[in-house]
Structure formats: structure tokens, C-alpha cells
Design a protein around this ligand. Structure first.
Ligand SMILES: [Zn+2]
Length: 360
């Protein structure tokens, strides 16, 4: 698994900052030129012919090759995200973040030094490398303490006039826990997540969603509200006691999308708010937390998790009314999301039919 940590490069001397700026400027220009070329001619590949299409650059062949690679990747990513959002794709503008691997950078951690680490970086001058100091940050130390190793790969970017490097850390394999609780988690509408233990994560979720709705789309306040929602959800995930858990079952995302449509348990607006995209994000963060804590996160395919009774198995749409679940057959009553998480757990453990079917 991989993690990243951002470090500031503000301790760099002015002379080095100038060299960095010159390199970045030229690099940015060339990436954009390659994007223009590849956009015109979709057969453009990472090869000598394509590289030779730009001649008047101060970049080394190695940097040029990297710039072409990044240009092609930028186009691929732009097309992918346009497709996902169902939008028309337009030619991307390079954002200026240089992705550099071991051909250009070497990272040294030196405890004895005043600064905590150095990035050795190739510049525009052939054979000339500059040493850029950085201080170790809390997140970086956290990963290093958890036996992650630094890769010689960085994302270099300028933000508000300062330089930052995104460092990449890697840990080989995760040994999942063999002892601990097994739980199910349901992604709901009022609470972000409901656990089969009865715990709810993100009780105030709706407050953040409503806040987003009140803002004008794409305004600065709207963006701020999105960030607030994300921060809230991420913080809330810390309330789960991962130390006591070995396995978590969640509903498969594609499955949720399909079921939501079929069961129509949510009205159109709610579906929009709770877009599968936000759930994917939340599950992504949950997955990170699980990896860090050696917890196995497994997704199950099931239907009617919100309609089936976790006690007697009876499935009926009217079992669920809003936030309350009350079985028409056995009168079992529980919070609807908690009840759904119990069904997800049962399917995960193999106690229920796979998938739950209405014929049961
Ligand atoms: Zn029942």
C-alpha cells in the first residue's frame, strides 16, 4: 500500500528556488505543448518520433520524455473523469505538478542534520543537481514509524508562491488481523455509516449536505462546504475503534447503485445528495483506515438489505418506514440503518442466502 506526505521546501535558498522555478516553467510549457500535439493527433505515443516533435527546449531528453509521459497521462485522466461525470471532454490545461521518479530525484533522510531530509534533484544544467532541504512532518513520521519506506518519487508543485513536494511512501504487504470483531457497515442517508454494533458514524451528515445545497453551485462557498463535508466524514471515521475489529463487511458500491434504483428507497433529491461518488470517497477513506489497522475490508453483494428482517428473514418493502424498521411478520423493531448493517454482516458471514432473494 502507498501513502503520501507533503513537505514544504521553504528552507531552500533563493538561488535554488530560482533554478527550481526555471525548471518548472520550462517543464510546464513543454508538457502543455505535448498535450496540444497529442490532442491533435491521438496516435501520439511515448516514443522517439513524438519526442522529436519539440526541438527548441532547454529540457534534457530525459525530462522531455517525462513531460511527454505526463502529457499523455493528463489526457487519459481528463477523458476518464469526463466520462465518469458524463461531460464532454475538452483539451486539458496542465496544472503544473511535476511527477518525478528516481531518474530525477533521490531522497535522503538524515537524522544528524539540522534539516530532516534532502531531495536531490536534477536541474536544467546537465549533470548539475541541487540539494533541497525539508523538515519531517507529523504525517511523514507517522508512516515512517509504521515501517513505510520512502520511494524516490515526488510530486513537485508551487502553491501560493511556495514550493511543496509530495513524498510517496510504501509498505509491502499487509498481514490482516486474525483476532477481533467482525462487523457489517451500511451507508445510509441520515447517518453516513451505520455499524452492526449499533454505532452510527456521521450523525450530523445531513447538516453538511444541507449546507452544500444552500450554496450556489461552483461558488467559493460551495467548494468550502464540500471541503467541510469531507473533513467531517474523515474525522468521523476516527470514531470507529479499529483496534478491536478484524473484518468489516460493506455493500458493494455497484450493488448499492443498482439496488437504490430498484428499490427506490430514496427519492430523487436524496439520491443526488448521497451520490455514489461521495460513498465511494467515504469507502476509500474507510479502506485506508482498514489498511493502516490491518483490518480486512470486504464487500458483499446483496439485495433487499434494507427490507429484509435480520431476525426472521421476512422481506417486505413496508418493513421499512423512513428511519424505522418494523417487521410485518415478527414485529422486530430497530433503527433501519442499524438493521441493514446486520443484514450485510449476515451475508458476509454466509448466514444469509447469497444474495438475499425475495423468494426466501
Ligand atoms: Zn421479522
Amino acid at each position: 500500500m502507498r501513502r503520501t506526505a507533503t513537505v514544504s521546501l521553504k528552507f531552500t535558498t533563493e538561488a535554488k528556488k530560482d533554478q527550481l522555478a526555471t525548471l518548472a516553467e520550462e517543464y510546464q510549457t513543454i508538457v502543455q505543448e505535448y498535450i496540444d500535439i497529442a490532442w491533435q493527433d491521438s496516435s501520439t505515443k511515448l516514443n522517439k518520433q513524438s519526442l522529436a516533435l519539440i526541438q527548441d527546449s532547454t529540457l534534457s531528453e530525459r525530462y522531455k520524455s517525462n513531460a511527454l509521459r505526463q502529457a499523455l497521462q493528463t489526457i487519459i485522466n481528463t477523458k476518464k473523469s469526463a466520462k465518469r461525470l458524463g461531460k464532454l471532454v475538452s483539451k486539458p490545461i496542465f496544472n503544473g505538478t511535476m511527477i518525478l521518479d528516481a531518474k530525477f530525484v533521490k531522497i535522503h533522510l538524515d537524522k544528524a542534520n539540522h534539516f530532516d531530509g534532502w531531495i536531490k534533484l536534477s536541474t536544467l544544467s546537465r549533470g548539475h543537481r541541487i540539494w533541497i532541504p525539508f523538515k519531517r512532518t507529523k504525517p511523514l513520521n507517522k508512516w515512517l514509524d509504521k515501517d513505510f519506506t520512502l520511494l524516490n518519487t515526488i510530486r513537485l508543485r508551487q502553491y501560493h508562491g511556495n514550493w511543496y513536494a509530495n513524498l510517496v511512501l510504501e509498505k509491502e504487504t499487509i498481514v490482516f488481523k486474525t483476532e477481533g470483531q467482525v462487523i457489517g457497515i451500511d451507508a445510509g442517508t441520515k447517518k453516513a455509516l451505520s455499524l452492526s454494533t449499533g454505532q452510527h458514524i456521521g450523525d450530523n451528515y445531513r447538516y453538511y449536505i444541507d449546507k452544500i445545497r444552500r450554496k450556489q453551485r461552483k461558488s467559493k462557498n460551495y467548494q468550502q462546504a464540500l471541503i467541510e463535508r469531507d473533513n467531517y466524514l474523515r474525522q468521523e471515521l476516527n470514531k470507529i475503534d479499529f483496534s478491536s475489529i478484524k473484518t468489516i463487511y460493506v455493500e458493494d458500491l455497484k450493488n448499492i447503485q443498482r439496488n437504490t434504483k430498484k428499490e427506490r428507497r430514496l427519492n430523487k433529491t436524496t439520491r443526488k445528495i448521497l451520490s455514489v461518488w461521495v460513498q465511494a470517497k467515504t469507502f476509500g477513506w474507510l479502506n485506508h483506515k482498514c489498511e493502516e489497522n490491518c483490518v480486512l475490508l470486504s464487500s458483499v453483494v446483496a439485495r433487499y438489505t434494507s427490507q429484509a428482517c435480520s431476525r426472521c428473514g421476512h422481506i417486505e418493502k413496508s418493513n421499512r418506514i423512513g428511519e424505522l424498521f418494523r417487521c410485518k411478520k415478527c414485529s422486530f423493531t430497530l433503527d433501519a440503518d442499524h438493521q441493514a448493517s446486520l443484514n450485510i454482516l449476515s451475508v458476509g458471514l454466509g448466514h444469509l442466502e447469497f444474495p438475499i432473494t425475495k423468494a426466501a
